[in-house]
Design a protein around this ligand. Structure first.
Ligand SMILES: *Cc1c(COP(=O)(O)O)cnc(C)c1O
Length: 502
């Protein structure tokens, strides 16, 4: 590593020739090399720190910044070596079983390799007529509706994630409101559009989407929640709607809030939306999966009455990044907003092209990993992964609840565990402020340890730690390792006898 890099790379590269794009013998070689890299990453996954704290390549690792290399490229060996030596050490094991931050899925084997194929096949699903890819995407959307027992009037498109799906919801709500007010927003802009948005605990990405859509953050009226939860108080919504001076209304319901995993009463909200002619969007990014593991009535009961739904596939469906879904029963509004009038494009028959149903024109064959995952594992396979996560989350919650060093802040009902470390009894101050500081310091230490990764949150005004289990591969062993890491971190933070260092 002490040698200047350019030399190191060139020395490794005996051919001192760049990778040849059209040499098929090299293609085989490249494939083998990448397979080996892949194998090495998978094999080391269990021992890899769950979060890497390496910020960026050190200067002596930034080979590509060398002018000569930038101009000429390097050979295969050097390239592979660079990935292995310089990039791999900085990657996290976020696809592994102990990354419990945010709501992060892993990637099942079939979904992983299906996603490889997406790159190899390099199909563009912007328009139909030249490939079966668009048909497969439509099948994938149908299959998702089947799996989640959603009526067939829902259609839509694959997106990069739930944020992009929420953005399409904002666009549609905007177009719908315009329709009510004789304004064609897509044609004429927002003008004097009068639209009020009601929500109790919207995901941050929903607020971002309202900003992006020109509706603006201030259009949101926050509806109060039912005590001790993040669930919308429907009576408060009813009175907010009745007080509203806005010509058009949109309600954003949550099916699975990210901390409390609370579900709004969609059935009751849908009735109000019908009464007030309001657009109902349900952000069910991961909450919709609840229906796989319970009997009706589901917590998402009534979602079939929604005008639009957000779903994430790179969370609980465990397909690789990036993949979300936007579904609506009013494709007209989506089409009116996103339609691309381009005469040179081939028409695909009756159904609108995907480029007229979403943000992108060109995009990857994102539906393939979803389609093949459902085919390969079936609803039963997906259900088993979800059930396993819920069981392990509840086991973790029960353990934390029993353990004197932690406080479980909320009963675990799905896959998110909300807790904080406790100050020792003999600690002289027990104010919330001190608890918040200890919580933050504890989480930082825990994540530095590298055995498990969690993210911070707020629960009813208290700083908390969230452990969200959404990876198909998480096992009882992972739970045991995480518990050990939690206890070790408690030990590390104890100041002899008297309290915690923060
Ligand atoms: C994760 C999440 C989002 C944002 O999803 P991305 O896929 O990260 O864009 C939106 N809403 C909810 C409820 C989520 O859990």
């Amino acid at each position: 590593m002490n040698r200047p890099n350019e030399q190191r790379l060139l020395k490794m590269d005996k051919r001192v020739e760049a990778v040849n794009m059209d040499d098929w013998a090299q293609l085989q070689q490249l494939q083998n090399h990448f397979l080996q890299l892949n194998q090495a990453f998978f094999e080391g996954l269990n021992d890899r720190p769950v979060a890497s704290h390496k910020k960026c390549l050190k200067e002596d690792e930034q080979h590509l910044n060398q002018p000569k290399i930038l101009e000429n490229g390097v050979g295969i060996d050097a390239l592979i070596q660079h990935i292995h030596d310089d990039i791999f050490p900085g990657l996290s094991a976020s696809r592994g079983g102990r990354y419990w931050g945010f709501v992060t899925g892993g990637a099942t084997p079939v979904a992983t390799f299906a996603d490889w194929l997406v790159s190899s096949l390099d199909q563009n699903v912007s328009k139909g007529g030249d490939s079966i890819a668009t048909d497969i995407e439509r099948l994938a959307l149908r299959a998702l509706c089947e799996v989640f027992e959603l009526p067939s009037h829902f259609t839509g498109t694959f997106t990069t994630g739930a944020t992009a799906a929420n953005f399409l919801a904002a666009i549609c709500a905007r177009q719908f409101a315009g329709h009510q007010q004789n304004i064609n927003v897509a044609q004429d802009g927002l003008g004097h559009l009068s639209l009020e948005v009601f929500s109790a605990t919207p995901h941050a990405s929903m607020i971002k989407s309202l900003r992006l859509a020109g509706i603006g953050q201030k259009a949101v009226t926050y509806v109060s929640t039912i005590d001790g939860s993040e669930k919308m108080d429907v009576e408060a919504l009813a009175s907010a709607l009745s007080r509203s001076q806005a010509t058009s209304k949109c309600v954003i319901a949550s099916a699975g809030t990210v901390t409390g995993t609370d579900f709004d009463d969609i059935m009751a909200i849908a009735r109000l939306c019908q009464e007030y002619n309001a657009w109902l969007h349900v952000d069910a990014a991961f909450g919709l999966f609840e229906r796989l593991v319970t009997e009706p009535p589901y917590q998402t009961q009534g979602i079939e009455l929604a005008d639009s739904i957000t779903l994430d596939c790179h969370k609980w469906l465990n397909v690789p990044y990036d993949c979300g879904v936007y579904l609506t029963r009013h494709p007209r509004h989506l089409y009116d907003s996103c339609h691309v009038p381009a005469p040179y494009l081939i028409q695909d028959g009756e159904e609108p092209d995907f480029m007229s149903l979403g943000m992108e024109n060109s995009r990857r064959f994102r539906g393939l990993p979803v389609y093949l995952s459902i085919l390969a594992y079936g609803k039963a396979g997906i259900r088993a992964g979800v059930k396993n996560n819920i069981d392990l989350s509840q086991a973790l919650a029960a353990w934390l609840d029993r353990c004197e060093h932690f406080e479980l802040l909320h009963p675990c009902r799905l896959n998110v565990v909300v807790f904080r470390p406790l100050l020792p009894k003999e600690g002289e101050c027990d104010q919330e402020k001190k608890l918040d500081d200890v919580c933050n310091a504890f989480l930082q230490k825990l994540n530095q340890d590298g055995r498990v990764f969690m993210t911070p949150g707020q629960w009813q005004g208290k700083t908390c730690i969230r452990a969200a289990l959404s990876n198909w591969g998480t096992t009882q062993d992972d739970l045991t390792i995480a518990q050990q890491a939690l206890m070790d971190t408690i030990e590390k933070m104890k100041i002899r006898g008297s309290g915690f260092a923060s």
